[in-house]
Ligand binder design. Structure first.
Ligand code: CO
Length: 173
């Protein structure tokens, strides 16, 4: 397993709409998922999307510490979601989110408080999970990445400008 390089905004990979995975059970897919988990843990993240490691495929990984997830079944589990889609959502939630592609940026983003997600595992089996709490937010954040949407795209114009100015000051832009 290896730790991959995480791209930072404004890397073009973050703007890409990732492609569905159609070949399962391959060593490549398993290695990519394992490397993404390793990378996420090495960077102390709770979620990571494949285009953050410059691979435009619909894969995300997540691991949310148990005290911040309400549905006990998903506590502290390493999750690998291939081709995830939201099938149901409800409620509103907003927390200060961070992103491994935006170190030093933390912003409130409007999300649903509960989501049902259908996805495939690395062997291609279709599964479903229900998430609330931080896991629900995390999965919505990562699924946005797979559509080329980052958290600052969800901000008001004014907030987005403020973040851009901050990033300029930090020397990223
Ligand atoms: Co992110």
């Amino acid at each position: 397993m290896s730790v991959l390089n995480v791209v930072r905004y404004p890397h073009p990979s973050l703007k890409r709409t990732c492609e569905a995975v159609s070949t399962f059970n391959t060593p490549e897919l398993k290695t990519l998922a394992d490397d993404m988990l390793e990378t996420m843990k090495a960077r102390n993240g709770i979620g990571l999307a494949a285009n953050q490691v410059n691979i435009a495929k619909r894969i995300l990984v997540a691991k949310v510490p148990d005290r911040r997830v309400q549905k006990a079944v998903w506590h502290d589990q390493e999750l690998i979601l291939v081709n995830p889609t939201i099938t149901e959502k409800s409620g509103n939630a907003s927390i200060q989110e961070g992103c491994l592609s935006f170190p030093e940026v933390y912003e409130q983003v409007q999300r649903s408080s509960k989501v049902k997600v259908r996805y495939q595992d690395v062997s291609g089996q279709t599964l479903e999970l229900e998430a609330d709490g931080l896991l629900a937010i995390c999965l919505q954040h990562e699924m946005d990445h797979l559509d080329g949407v980052t958290m600052i795209d969800k901000l008001s114009r004014l907030k987005k400008d403020m973040v851009q100015r901050k990033l300029k000051k930090l020397g990223w832009l």
